[in-house]
Design a protein around this ligand. Sequence first.
Ligand code: NAG
Ligand code: NAG
Ligand code: NAG
Ligand code: NAG
Ligand code: NAG
Ligand code: NAG
Ligand code: NAG
Ligand code: NAG
Length: 416
Amino acid sequence: MEGIVALLLSLALPVLAQIPAGVQVPLAEDCSGDGSIVCVNKYAAVLPYPFFRNVSANDFELDFYNTTVATEDTGFELIAGADFVVYNRELGLEYLGSDPTYEFVFEVSSAVHEAPVYAPVQNLLFISQLAPPTGVLPQLVVNLNVDPPTLEEYLPDPPIYAPNGGTFRDGLVIFGASGSNATSPGGTQYVSIRTVDPATNKSTVLLNNYFGSYFNNIDDLAVHPTSREIFFTDPYYSYYNGLTDYAQPQLPPASYRFNPDSGAVVLIDDTLREPNGIAFSPDGSTLYISDTGGVEGSRTPGALGGKTIFNATGPRTIYAFDASNNGTLISNKRSFYLAQDWVPDGVKVAANGVVLTGAGKGVDVIAPTGELILRIQTNYTVQNFAWVGKNLTELWIMGNYGVSRVRWGLVGQELT
Ligand SMILES: *[C@@H]1O[C@H](CO)[C@@H](O)[C@H](O)[C@H]1NC(C)=O
Ligand SMILES: *[C@@H]1O[C@H](CO)[C@@H](O)[C@H](O)[C@H]1NC(C)=O
Ligand SMILES: *[C@@H]1O[C@H](CO)[C@@H](O)[C@H](O)[C@H]1NC(C)=O
Ligand SMILES: *[C@@H]1O[C@H](CO)[C@@H](O)[C@H](O)[C@H]1NC(C)=O
Ligand SMILES: *[C@@H]1O[C@H](CO)[C@@H](O)[C@H](O)[C@H]1NC(C)=O
Ligand SMILES: *[C@@H]1O[C@H](CO)[C@@H](O)[C@H](O)[C@H]1NC(C)=O
Ligand SMILES: *[C@@H]1O[C@H](CO)[C@@H](O)[C@H](O)[C@H]1NC(C)=O
Ligand SMILES: *[C@@H]1O[C@H](CO)[C@@H](O)[C@H](O)[C@H]1NC(C)=O
């Protein structure tokens, strides 16, 4: 009997393919006249049956636009070709401004491209490349003083091995150096926080141990706006990628704050599987940390060929925390945003408090209340991004295979 019901259902499904009551038609429409901005109506909250979005895998990454929907002429197919997909029309179009542009600027290697730091006085954008287990030197620099900008190799003195995250503090570039290597051209380096003075290109070390234990993979960093302490994440990726010559992890994956004046390092959270992106709201009262545990590898260095594997039901959430008492009290952890595509890697906050994350083939722009407002779409997997320029209205995006830029109305926080 059950078999017959199942058979009847399976026969009936294609016939039932239809637009059920509740579907907002069109699902999506051209908001720019040239298809570059596509507005999704009511978040496509009801899709025609049957629809199917396969689960992504390492070499099979599927965005929202890869969902197959049963009926044609719903406008859904417009989403794939857009540079900007707007979910909240009022705010999304406001943030894009009157003439937003998306431009693919540089083709780069398959390596992870990370740690973008804008040095405002020199008008340079530093970017790292992580091609484990070799090829993590040199870094790259985008010269924004010439038009079109140029991309060159960059080696501070002494060289820094494997920067995985970066920020700017008191005129210095701060890098989270994520690897350990005794034979690197830069000399012995354990996982550490490094600085580079963009005026001289000289580098120094600010932190390289927790009471004698090695850090695992200092990843991304953020400076609290009033305390000026450096907050950082320490996941396990360097072990998976063979970027460290330590035998085994000595510390759990965790996030910390560090006071460069006193030298004190304080644990702020050890509940995330792979803490990764980290950023503050402009007033410093909210801290965001992403958990990218949906991408993990083997804790035996270099095992799985240095690969990590995507797990769609693993952690891929940005968490928000309260940061009170001048950034010394981190509390009230709550789920903030689940990436719709891949894992939320880099996280940064605009001057107006809107949160951005690089997740799969794009950058999501999220209201402080958690709603996705719009998505910048790229044709490569994004790791991170940074605002550049005098007015910080230009966003540079980088990842595996590409560097691109967006000119729009959403202004970045000034990093001093
Ligand atoms: C779903 O994705 C997997 C790869 O992860 C692929 O092998 C499979 O064919 C896909 N299924 C469909 C129905 O597209
Ligand atoms: C996802 O959709 C894009 C755009 O239509 C297409 O180029 C790509 O091949 C699709 N990805 C997969 C894995 O089917
Ligand atoms: C250390 O750096 C050297 C030179 O760049 C490289 O050949 C070696 O593979 C690196 N070792 C590790 C563990 O990354
Ligand atoms: C530092 O590096 C930048 C980028 O390569 C270069 O333009 C600048 O001249 C260098 N500065 C010094 C003092 O070497
Ligand atoms: C926060 O701490 C910094 C560093 O100690 C201090 O300079 C600043 O005045 C403090 N701000 C507030 C609001 O307490
Ligand atoms: C994927 O993540 C979920 C949730 O953490 C876990 O239960 C599951 O075992 C993971 N799958 C694999 C293949 O690691
Ligand atoms: C992305 O698009 C640009 C041009 O628009 C092209 O040059 C580049 O090869 C593409 N990258 C990938 C990974 O498809
Ligand atoms: C920055 O903003 C000022 C004031 O709105 C404007 O005059 C100037 O042209 C802008 N500069 C750039 C590079 O966008």
